[in-house]
Structures are given as structure tokens and as C-alpha cells.
Design a protein around this ligand. Structure first.
Ligand code: OTU
Length: 605
């Protein structure tokens, strides 16, 4: 009963490998979806979209598919380095971006993630995360032709394009929402509508809030809908109803479409929220994982060159399921937000032990998956995600530290909105959070920024640079002057790129981290970062080891003092040298500078 419902016949426009891929992966699609949707007409409808998309897949992308079927570890390779930015803030338009690609190449970038660029709703669109058309580019940025051209340019340089799939919700001005408002029952069923207030209250009792001040609650009363629409995020972002197979099919068709334009990675935005079940917190439900598993299997059929990345900014135990396991794979990549958050925690407290703990827990990921490792992104730093690792009072202190409220704090950040009693998360550019102030002596801030990026680039996965960090760009305090941004404090760390700002030392450091990773077998993501025991809480140590013996030990000194450490227990026999400064190091006396960073390898080894 798991046969593919359509005959492929001898269709010459289809890829020769397609039938085999269907045989391999279609049973996984059914295994994931039949428990959700039963057996039914949706199977043929889905199969038809799949065959259409396969037929439309351009020849150059089919060639890429073949390469990646032959070498499925492409996204784990040591040369992978990411860059994330808003197109308008980076280069104005997609065409402008095409003329800035040398900047990316100079930094060693092989993975480019422009934040949402599809046509958003008018006015405030949550930075493009309220999509009004999944098949059209934001006219302010360009056209679909421009996007295809950018993807092709990137591909030509060995850079993979990552696009956001805002899969949890649409804008309330999306045609599906408009049809629902106009009374079409088929489209009403694309969303969750709750008719009476008592039912809303019963659901709310189990739900958290993402934007408690600017968008309290999880429902929005919409008169045209005669009820309350589920809106986890802003009122203009309507959550999709994945219990309706038509929603699943439409969204996977969006994935197929964008894959055929040249996207090589999809960032599944707000992945934990996809499925709703009354009486639960609706985060990371088993049904959500079935949806993601089915997407993985369907892309493995139509566009095997494409990888999925989970955006789940929650505790590690809730992130790991998004990577699946050998039998039931889900995403290829997931954000290692625990490591990122614990990195900032270590910088504030001088205690790197929670970070080592997070790295230990991160070892539980499948060997053929990878992390997206990062220092900053366009969102707030969510301390609550470390709830299982650091006590709440300590997290509250860290949040205060980054808001500059703790005496002696170097940080120049701000708190973001929080639910009553919760630890507020933090906004701010990496440089500002690390204490950078234009016009001041920034030696310590530079060392801190370098430490954060140096550790991140030594971890397992794709290290991603957030636009501006390579020039130590600071906060955009003027965001509040823009009425569309004023109420959302995350715009503090979404500045316009200042191309006249000197590149400075951090630019050279980051480019060097990328270059040093490239040729080292141990930096392949199949080789995880294993924390090593140290007797100094401020000293983070971990290593990467390849099967061929290649090994790198990364040391991070989360302390502003200089010291000389006896690390003979940790490093053992042999001669070592530091790849970063090229100098020899003896295990008995390793100099650790203020906020010092070392990438040690055995000499001649
Ligand atoms: C994501 O973030 C995006 O990164 C945000 O920029 C969007 O506003 C949001 O989705 C809505 O599209 O809560 O504070 O566990 O943490 O999805 C950011 C996932 C968020 C959430 C994450 C969300």
C-alpha cells in the first residue's frame, strides 16, 4: 500500500534517478503523514505536485543534486562558513548584493543566508517574517529573476543560498487569509479559528507568549472571521493549520518552488510551533516532527541538493529531536543556540562550565547532522533557553549584566520584553555587548569579540557570521525613530551596513579562522567538539579529532587577566603550537591572555 500513486511512464523530462528516490523515500513520507491525515486523496495531490516540481527542476540544479547524492556530507565540510544579513541593510537590493559578493568571498563565506526577502505585508512585517506571497520577492528588493541570478552567482562561487521558510504562519494579507476572511470555508480551514472566548482561555492556560508586551496572548479577534485567529507571534501573523493536509501540500510546494529557484538550504522558521493540540504548550509536539520528517523525505526525492535547518530557540533537549535519527532523519542542521547563549553567559560571569556542559549535551546529535553555530543573529538572546543549565537568578543577573545594570559591566545592550516573572532576553550587536564603544579604547572589547568568534569557528558545524560583526559594528540606537520598528527592540541590532567603517583587526581574525578551518580534517562536522576537563572555571577547553589523527584543541580564557597555565594534564606529551599566532607552546606553561583564545595543534602532527 505504500506504492507511489502516479505512473511516471517514460517521461523524458524527469530525472533518471527520480524513480529510485521515490522508491526509497516515498514510504517515509507515508509513514510520517498517514498517522496525521489518514489514507486519502491528499496522497495523489501531493504526488502530482512532486512530479511537477521534479519536471521543472533546472538542469544545473539536477547536476548539483547528483553531486550531493554522491557526497551527502557537503554541509559538514570544514570549509563551510556562513553569513547572515538583511538584503536591504547589506546592499539595498538583490542586484546590489550581487556586486558585494567579493566581500563574502574575502571572508571565506560558503553559505549565505539573507533574512526574509519574499513579499511581506505592508507596513510592519516583523522584518519580513509576515509573508504575503511565497512566490514573489519583496518588490523593494527586486524580482524572482534577481533572486535566481543571485543564487546562480553564489553557486558559481561555491556559496550555498539559504532562504527562510516562514512555515508557521502567513501574513493576514496573504491570499489564503484574504479568502478566509471573505468566507471561503476551504481557506478558513487553513488557519485556526476559535469561536468563543472560553475556549480561547482554556487554550491560553497552557501556552507561553513570545511577545508579551507588543503582542500579548496567542489569539486575535478578527470580526470577518467571526472568531479568534491563532496568532502565536504578532496579530498580523496567522498560524497555519497543519492538521489540514492542504496546508502541508501548499507549503511543501513552496519548498519545491524555491528549491527550483536555487535555494540550497531552508531555515524552518519557528519550527517548534507548527502543530497545535489543545491542553499542551504546542511546542515541539510529535506531530510537528512528523511534518518535518515528511518535508525531509520529499526534498530528498525532488531536490536532494537541499538541506533543512531547524530554527528552534529552545532548550537543547527540545532542539535535538529536530535532527532526528538514522532511521527517521529530520533537519540536516539546527541552530546551536545553547552554545551561543552559554558563550555569552561565560563572558559575563567568567564561568565557562555551563558552556562545557552544553557542548557535552550537544554530542547527542547524529554524526551526519551539523550545528549552525553563531555569536549573534537578528533576534534577542533568549536566556530562558538555558533554564536547564544555569539557575534562574543567575540568568537574571546575566540579563542585567548585558543591559549594563550590573556595576562594572562592560556591556552596552538592552533587555527585550518578557513575560512577568521571566528573565528578559537581551538585544544588542555583538560588539556592543562585548563592550565596544566607538571612540574609546576597545582593546578588551576586541579580545572578547575575537574570543566569541574564535570559539564559534572551532565548534562543529557551520559557523555563521552576523552582518556587521566583521567590522565590530555597534548598536543602531536610532531604530526608535522609525515608527515601523520603534516598538520592537530587536532593531537595535539590525543596523545598516557601514561600508566605510574600517575593517580592523576583527575582520582579519574572522577571515583567518575561516581559512584555518578549511584544510583541517578534524574540522569536518562529523568530528564533534568534545569538552576537556580543566581545573579553572574560566578556561574552556575542547578538542576536535579526525579519524586520520588530525586534532585541534581550542582554549578559551573567559577572564580579563593574563596568566600562565600548566596544562600538562590536558595536553599530555608532545610539542604544540598555536595556529593563530604560529608560536610554539609547552604544555607546562601555556600563556593565556586576557579573554585569550588558542587553537593548538601538535607540531608535526
Ligand atoms: C523567529 O523567531 C524569527 O527568527 C523572528 O525574527 C520572528 O519574529 C519569529 O520567528 C516569527 O516569525 O521567538 O524571539 O523557538 O524562538 O521562532 C524570536 C523558536 C522567536 C522561536 C523563534 C522566534
Amino acid at each position: 500500500m505504500s506504492a507511489f500513486p502516479l505512473a511516471l511512464s517514460d517521461d523524458a523530462s524527469l530525472d533518471t534517478g527520480l524513480a529510485d528516490r521515490i522508491d526509497r523515500h516515498w514510504p517515509h513520507v507515508l509513514a510520517a503523514l498517514r498517522p496525521l491525515y489518514g489514507q486519502g486523496a491528499w496522497e495523489r495531490l501531493l504526488a502530482a505536485r512532486l512530479v511537477d516540481a521534479a519536471r521543472q527542476r533546472p538542469a544545473d540544479l539536477r547536476a548539483l543534486d547528483q553531486q550531493r547524492v554522491d557526497a551527502p556530507d557537503w554541509f559538514q565540510r570544514p570549509e563551510m562558513v556562513g553569513y547572515c544579513t538583511y538584503i536591504d541593510r547589506f546592499a539595498g537590493t538583490l542586484a546590489g548584493t550581487r556586486s558585494r559578493l567579493d566581500e563574502l568571498t574575502r571572508l571565506g563565506v560558503t553559505y549565505f543566508h539573507p533574512l526574509p526577502l519574499l513579499r511581506p505585508c505592508e507596513g510592519d512585517s516583523d522584518g519580513g517574517f509576515a509573508v504575503a506571497d511565497f512566490r514573489q520577492v519583496d518588490p523593494k528588493l527586486g524580482t524572482m529573476d534577481d533572486l535566481r541570478a543571485l543564487a546562480a552567482d553564489l553557486r558559481g562561487r561555491g556559496i550555498s543560498l539559504c532562504l527562510d521558510i516562514v512555515c508557521n504562519h502567513t501574513a493576514d494579507s496573504h491570499p489564503w487569509a484574504l479568502a478566509a476572511k471573505a468566507g471561503d470555508p476551504a481557506f478558513r480551514d487553513f488557519y485556526h479559528v476559535v469561536e468563543n472566548a472560553a475556549d480561547v482561555a482554556a487554550l491560553e492556560a497552557h501556552l507561553g507568549q513570545v511577545f508579551p508586551q507588543t503582542a500579548p496572548g496567542n489569539f486575535t479577534f478578527v470580526p470577518e472571521m467571526g472568531g479568534h485567529v491563532w496568532t502565536t507571534f504578532y496579530p498580523f501573523q496567522w498560524d497555519l493549520n497543519y492538521a489540514n493536509p492542504a496546508v502541508f501540500i501548499e507549503m511543501v510546494d513552496v519548498l519545491f518552488y524555491l528549491a527550483n529557484q536555487g535555494a540550497e538550504v531552508f531555515r524552518l522558521d519557528s519550527a517548534p510551533f507548527l502543530w497545535k493540540r489543545a491542553g499542551t504548550d504546542c511546542r515541539g509536539l510529535p506531530e510537528t516532527h512528523q511534518v518535518v520528517r515528511a518535508w525531509r523525505a520529499l526534498l530528498a526525492i525532488v531536490a536532494p541538493a537541499v538541506a533543512l535547518k531547524a530554527e528552534a530557540i529552545v532548550g537543547l533537549d527540545e532542539v535535538l529531536p529536530f535532527l532526528g535519527d538514522a532511521e527517521r532523519p529530520e533537519c540536516h542542521l539546527a541552530y546551536n543556540n545553547s552554545a551561543m547563549t552559554a558563550l555569552w553567559a561565560a563572558l559575563a560571569t567568567g564561568d565557562a562550565r555551563p558552556l562545557a556542559h552544553c557542548l557535552e549535551d550537544a554530542l547527542a546529535r547524529p554524526a551526519d547532522a551539523g550545528w549552525l553555530t553563531y555569536v549573534r543573529c537578528h533576534d534577542d538572546i533568549i536566556w530562558a533557553a538555558l533554564g536547564g543549565v544555569i539557575p534562574k537568578e543567575r540568568l537574571a543577573w546575566i540579563s542585567d549584566f548585558y543591559a549594563g545594570k550590573v556595576p562594572g559591566s562592560f556591556a552596552d545592550g538592552r533587555v527585550f520584553q518578557a513575560e512577568p516573572g521571566a528573565v528578559p532576553s537581551t538585544n544588542g550587536m555583538a560588539a556592543s555587548l562585548a563592550g565596544w564603544r566607538d571612540g574609546a579604547d576597545n582593546a578588551a572589547a576586541l579580545a572578547r569579540l575575537r574570543l566569541l568568534y574564535g570559539v564559534t569557528f572551532a565548534l562543529d558545524g557551520i559557523p555563521a557570521l552576523y552582518m556587521g560583526d566583521e567590522r565590530a559594528l555597534t548598536n543602531d540606537a536610532d531604530y526608535a525613530a522609525d515608527p515601523e520598528h520603534a516598538l520592537d527592540g530587536r532593531w537595535l541590532h539590525r543596523p545598516v551596513m557601514d561600508w566605510n567603517r574600517p575593517e580592523g583587526a576583527i575582520h582579519a581574525d574572522i577571515a583567518r579562522f575561516a581559512q584555518l578551518r578549511r584544510d583541517r580534517a578534524c574540522m569536518h562536522a562529523a568530528n564533534p567538539a568534545r569538552p576537556l576537563k580543566t581545573d579553572d572555571p574560566a578556561l574552556l577547553a575542547f578538542d576536535r579529532r579526525a579519524a586520520d589523527g588530525d586534532r585541534l584543541v581550542c582554549l578559551g580564557h573567559f577572564n580579563g587577566d593574563a596568566r600562565i597555565a600548566d596544562l600538562s594534564d590536558l595536553l599530555g606529551e608532545g610539542h604544540w603550537h598555536d595556529l593563530l599566532d604560529g608560536k610554539a607552546v609547552t604544555a607546562q606553561a601555556v600563556p593565556l591572555g586576557p579573554w585569550g583564545l588558542r587553537w593548538l595543534v601538535k607540531t608535526n602532527g
